[in-house]
Design a protein around this ligand. Sequence first.
Ligand SMILES: Cc1cc2nc3c(=O)[nH]c(=O)nc-3n(C[C@H](O)[C@H](O)[C@H](O)COP(=O)(O)OP(=O)(O)OC[C@H]3O[C@@H](n4cnc5c(N)ncnc54)[C@H](O)[C@@H]3O)c2cc1C
Length: 403
Amino acid sequence: MSATSSETYINLDVAVIGGGIAGLWLLDRLRQSGYCTALLSKGPLGTEQTVASQGMIHGGVKYTLTGTLSGASEAIADMPAHWRACLAGDGDVDLRNTKILSDHFYMWSSSTLGKLTSFFASRALRGRVEKVAKSDRPALFDNPAFSGSLYKLVDMVVDVPSLVANLADNNAGHIFQLNAEHQWRRKSKVAELQLGNGTVIRARQFIFTAGKGNQALLQALEADKPEQQIRPLRQLVVRHNNPYAFYGHCLGAEKTPRLTISSHPSADGRMVWYLGGSLAEEGYQLSDAELIAKGRAELTQLFPWLDFASAEFSTLYIERAEPKQPGLVRPDQAYAEPVPGLDNVTVAWPTKLTLTPNMAHQVLEQQALAQQPSPAAADAQALTALRAQLSPPHVAPLPWETT
Ligand SMILES: Cc1cc2nc3c(=O)[nH]c(=O)nc-3n(C[C@H](O)[C@H](O)[C@H](O)COP(=O)(O)OP(=O)(O)OC[C@H]3O[C@@H](n4cnc5c(N)ncnc54)[C@H](O)[C@@H]3O)c2cc1C
């Protein structure tokens, strides 16, 4: 810590701004590398996209529905193995306290899959997709009314609140909720964060991992690059009394899953089926009532043997924030790049929960972080000063527990 007559400075090697999966994972990696670092978040940990996600850690098979491997499917192929190592305590981040909701994911179609059948059986996808024999079907599909094809993927599903809590616990004492008075200022090519009481945070690098908030942060520093894109979704939340916890994509005529189902525990003891896929991508244009009617019709058609008469349906509007792509397409890879015109700011979007390890790796490889970490004593001093002024944020609840 240092001071002038009117200001006190807290000096960090790296300040991570934003407490979703991106910021939390990065903080963990930076601390392990010895940097004097802290995470500062405006909202609760995981709020916005992270706790609204379906928690799938996937290897990109859902991007192969064109019948070919794509950049997106290949960039992500190693990720389930990377996360599995972390979950077992053998990876670059210790996730042993994260709950696994399912260690596999299914993909099914009610009709014939045509040329995809031979593609899924091809060498290109060996080890990533496996046809499920009738005798091995999960309970949900163990019904004579089901006559389609079913595949099992190496993908898995994590319980996101426990993932966020796990990372917050690993890094307790280094995570802070920003106060309402905080303000950004730019001095020529350098960004600084004022806490509003004469305290100023200075960092060799600020890494913006604020999801949708990255754009406003850049604007506050009069920077207009990199640009952000927003892809809106309206997910469907279905609370019901059917006993099946299921995780899978339903394939339709399109090149993206028609419906993606993940299952989550709910505080009232009922099962929540959380529905995404094309239903949600197209759903943002529909009213709540229209989407609920469409979702109900889909479930009745796909699972005629289940009863959804007493199920409660609600919708969740949420925006995905990503680096801008031509034609608003989904980015293939994680993003982390310095901000042009500012010497100490980098912007990062993981673009998927699954790709967060890659995003953190990219940040750690940046030239901007090439300097040696400060001595441990500087870390202790900065952290003591931050703790005197700011409190830790709490973990955001699952979105359907608050509506
Ligand atoms: C419905 C949905 C389902 C998804 N499902 C999956 C999936 O199954 N698998 C997968 O791989 N990906 C999935 N994703 C994508 C994944 O959730 C996101 O890529 C990821 O969570 C983004 O994390 P983030 O930390 O960048 O942003 P966010 O989770 O949005 O976090 C942003 C954080 O920044 C903070 N913040 C905002 N503004 C400021 C500011 N000015 N100052 C300080 N802090 C600020 C917020 O409070 C918040 O803590 C899904 C996304 C959605 C929307």
